[in-house]
Ligand binder design. Structure first.
Ligand code: COA
Length: 408
């Protein structure tokens, strides 16, 4: 039987590096950055025969629901060594880590998945598609001109972190409250570099790039941060200044922006570069997942102006069977009375006069976040209710598409 305990850097550093090496995450020279990332939040290990063979790390943060912020936990990494697979360690240790963060007051949990299905067993539901553009910087057309930027290196990590926190944030946007993790990410890849703009000593907008091929690209925009759309346009103009040398830049489409608006002849260039090393394209992937940890708190921060609906919610939460027996939080299965509207709430109980919605926590999280409407989730996910109730929910939960805008 494995023992779960907090990560201890003196005792576990080498075993945890071994886990990450066996997975293929850790290459020679990245050890210090790995320590920074693991130390940035809370890490727990499962011990087998006296050594750490599974590591789960979570970091605190916040998530924006329309205009309100909720306390957030990010499952930043889950990994099991080669000798300890399929023993239930990753599931059990992740459930224990989530239960800890939920008991500490985190209302929502989110992660980047390796595949759909695994974290569904812990109550997670799949988020919106993220679109990735691969484009020739020469095809960028923006009215803005780029000023001379400042070079940014790992030494600037505190300014970069602050600039990320201060960026424009829309519905679903997450901030990770672990400055060391930004430092670790910046130090992780050997050719990464930043370019950005300061005003009164504050880094207002910047891009953090990485590339494996410095001479011709592709260059990957790991992240960009800006406080206004003029600043965003300046950053796009800055990418364009690289056009004489760099053949391809990849970036995640920023929330609320349609990158294609800024491209010259996008279809022509996509057809001409098809199947080449510098193929211009647009790809969509739904790779992040979220789940509600505290239903009452999430509903309290939900203000929806398009009407109001009150219903019974019968919520099932599969994490219940995985959390340790002594955990203070054991999932959120139960019967609730829920109102969604300008003044929303959830309270335990049942009212025979109200319509009933049955859902898994993952599917209800998707409905609440606005990933997809209730009616279509009733067709494709674990949501069940009368047509009239589903239609009311479709109309009332009318929020912008959620995007964390911070990859994890
Ligand atoms: C993914 C990983 C963490 C799982 O570790 P593990 O300790 O073997 O996992 P567990 O034993 O808790 O769970 C394995 C179970 O999940 C199941 N499973 C795995 N992927 C699944 C999926 N996509 N959908 C449904 N079930 C899945 C397995 O079939 C297995 O089922 P079983 O218990 O009935 O045999 C491990 O394979 C790993 O470290 N991979 C490389 C790193 C990685 O991808 N980490 C995740 C980053 S998001």
């Amino acid at each position: 039987m494995a023992r779960y305990r907090e990560y201890n850097p003196q005792r576990d550093r080498e075993s945890v590096h071994r886990i990450w090496r066996e997975i293929g995450w850790l290459q020679e020279g990245q050890e210090e950055a790995a320590d920074t990332l693991i130390g940035g939040g809370r890490a727990v290990v499962a011990e087998v025969q006296g050594e750490a063979e599974c590591l789960v790390a979570t970091v605190p943060g916040s998530i924006r629901y329309v205009k309100d912020d909720l306390p957030f936990s990010n499952v930043a990494s889950v990994g099991t060594s080669r000798i300890a697979r399929k023993q239930g360690l990753a599931k059990g240790l992740t459930a224990a880590a989530i239960a800890h963060d939920a008991a500490q007051g985190k209302a929502v949990c989110g992660l980047g998945m390796f595949e759909q299905g695994f974290y569904n067993m812990l109550g997670f539901g799949t988020g919106s598609y993220e679109k990735w553009a691969a484009l020739d910087p020469r095809s960028i057309r923006v009215k803005a001109e780029a000023g001379i930027p400042s070079r940014l290196t790992v030494k600037d990590w505190e300014k970069v972190y602050q600039s990320r926190l201060n960026r424009v944030r829309g519905h679903g946007a997450c901030n990770i409250h672990a400055p060391e993790c930004t430092r670790g990410e910046m130090a992780w890849l050997k050719n990464s570099f930043g370019l950005g703009y300061f005003r009164n000593g504050q880094l207002t907008h910047h891009i953090w790039f990485n590339t494996e091929k410095v001479e011709r690209g592709p260059y990957n925009v790991e992240w960009m941060a800006y406080q206004t759309y003029q600043q965003f346009c300046e950053l796009m103009a800055l990418i364009k200044t690289l056009e004489d040398q760099v053949r391809l830049v990849t970036l995640r489409e920023p929330p609320s922006i349609q990158v294609q608006d800024l491209l010259e002849s996008p279809f022509r260039i996509r057809q001409l570069t098809e199947k080449s090393a510098y193929e211009n394209r647009m790809q969509a992937n739904a790779y992040w997942q979220m789940r509600i940890l505290d239903l009452e708190e999430c509903m309290k921060k939900t203000h929806l102006p398009h009407g109001e609906v009150t219903f019974n919610l019968v919520l099932s939460d599969p994490i219940e069977s995985l959390v340790p027996a002594d955990a203070a939080w054991k999932g959120i299965s139960g019967n609730y009375r829920v109102r969604l509207g300008s003044c929303s709430f959830a309270e335990e109980g049942k009212d025979e006069t109200l319509p009933t919605l049955k859902a898994s926590v993952g599917a209800f999280t998707r409905l609440w976040l606005g990933v997809r409407p209730a009616s279509s989730l009733a067709a494709t996910d674990d949501v069940h209710g009368a047509q009239e109730l589903l239609e009311d929910l479709d109309q009332i939960v009318c929020v912008p598409e959620p995007h964390p805008d911070w990859d994890f």
